[in-house]
Design a protein around this ligand. Structure first.
Ligand code: COA
Length: 270
C-alpha cells in the first residue's frame, strides 16, 4: 500500500512506466502518482494497465495507459510521442518491462535468446531513444532502468537476461556520459528477490527454490514492489537525486554480496 508522499516531489511532471501493469512497474507508477506526478503505463494487456492507471488516479493526478509490445520500435516511439502530445512533456521514463525464464545456456534456443534480449535490451533502447529525444530538447529528464545483479556477478540459467541487463548497464553509463551535460540523468535500480507473481513463477517456482533464494539474502527476507518503488522514486526525484547519474542502486537486501560459505564459526550471526 503506497501512501501519498508528504513532499509531492513529482508535482507538474509526467512519467512513462513500461511493464506498468503489475509488480514493480505498477508500484513505481503508483508511487510517482503518490508524489503528485502524472503517469502513463505501457504494456501488452489493457486490463491490468487500466487498473494501475485507476490506482494512480486515486492520488488526484492524470493517469493513462497505452498498449504496445516494447519489441516494436515504431509502436514504442508512437507511445512516447503520445505522452508528449497529451501532457506536453515527458520527465521520466522507467524501463521496467522484462521477460525472463531460467534455462541452461546450452539448451536455450536462438528464438528464446532473441525473445528476452528483444524485450529487455532492445525494448529499453527503443524507449530511451524516443524519450531521450524529447528530454534533450526540453533540457532535462530522468531515465531509470530496472536491471538485476546477475548482470555483473553472473548466475546459472540466466544467460539471455544477464546479457541483456548487462547491456542495459553499459547503455546507462554510456548515455549518462553522453547526455549528462544536457540535463538527462540515466540510472539503474537493481531489485533483489521481490514478491511479485511474475518473478515468483519465473525464478522461484517451488517452495525449495524459494527457501534457497531466501537463504541467499543477508537481510533474510524478500522485498516488496512498494519498497523497490521508494528507491526508484528517490532516483527519479529531480531534486534529491539531481547529481546522480550513470549509477546503480541495489535494493536487494545485500544479496549480490553473497552469503558466507565458510565454517559456521566464521559466519557471525548467520
Ligand atoms: N524455457 C526455455 N525456452 C523458453 C521458455 C522456457 N521456460 N519460455 C519461452 N522459451 C522460448 C520458447 O520456446 C521460444 O523459442 P522456440 O521458438 O525456439 O521454441 C522462445 O522462448 C519464445 O517463446 P514465446 O513464448 O513464443 O515468446 P513470447 O514472446 O510470447 O514470450 C517470454 C516472452 C519468452 C519472455 C515469456 O517467458 C514470457 O512472456 N514470460 C512472462 C513474463 C515474465 O517473464 N516475467 C518475468 C518476471 S522476472
Amino acid at each position: 500500500m503506497i501512501a501519498k508522499s508528504p513532499v509531492e516531489e513529482f508535482s507538474g511532471l509526467t512519467a512513462l512506466v513500461t511493464g506498468g501493469g503489475s509488480g514493480i512497474g505498477r508500484a513505481i507508477a503508483v508511487r510517482y502518482a503518490a508524489g503528485g506526478g502524472n503517469v502513463v503505463v505501457l504494456g501488452r494487456r489493457a486490463e491490468p494497465l487500466e487498473q494501475t492507471a485507476q490506482m494512480a488516479r486515486e492520488f488526484g493526478v492524470t493517469a493513462d495507459f497505452v498498449t504496445c509490445d516494447v519489441r516494436d520500435a515504431d509502436a514504442v516511439t508512437a507511445a512516447v510521442d503520445g505522452v508528449v502530445e497529451q501532457f506536453g512533456r515527458i520527465d521520466a521514463l522507467v524501463n521496467n518491462a522484462a521477460g525472463n525464464f531460467i534455462c541452461p545456456a546450452e539448451e536455450l534456443s536462438p528464438n528464446g535468446w532473441r525473445a528476452v534480449v528483444d524485450i529487455v535490451l532492445n525494448g529499453t533502447f527503443y524507449g530511451t531513444r524516443a524519450a531521450g529525444r524529447h528530454m534533450l530538447e526540453a533540457g532535462g529528464g530522468s531515465i531509470l532502468n530496472v536491471i538485476a545483479s546477475y548482470a555483473w556477478h553472473g548466475h546459472p540459467g540466466t544467460v539471455h537476461s544477464a546479457a541483456a541487463k548487462g547491456g542495459i548497464l553499459a547503455m546507462t553509463r554510456t548515455l549518462a556520459s553522453e547526455w549528462g551535460a544536457r540535463g538527462v540523468r540515466v540510472n539503474c535500480i537493481s531489485p533483489g528477490p521481490t514478491e511479485t507473481e511474475g518473478a515468483g513463477a519465473a525464478l522461484w517456482p517451488t517452495e525449495a527454490d524459494r527457501a534457497r533464494v531466501l537463504g541467499s539474502v543477508p537481510a533474510a527476507r524478500f522485498t516488496t514492489p512498494e519498497e523497490v518503488a521508494e528507491s526508484a522514486a528517490f532516483l527519479l526525484d529531480p531534486r534529491r537525486a539531481a547529481y546522480i547519474t550513470g549509477d546503480v542502486l541495489s535494493v536487494d537486501g545485500g544479496q549480490w554480496l553473497g552469503k558466507a560459505v565458510y565454517a559456521d564459526s566464521a559466519a557471525g550471526s548467520r
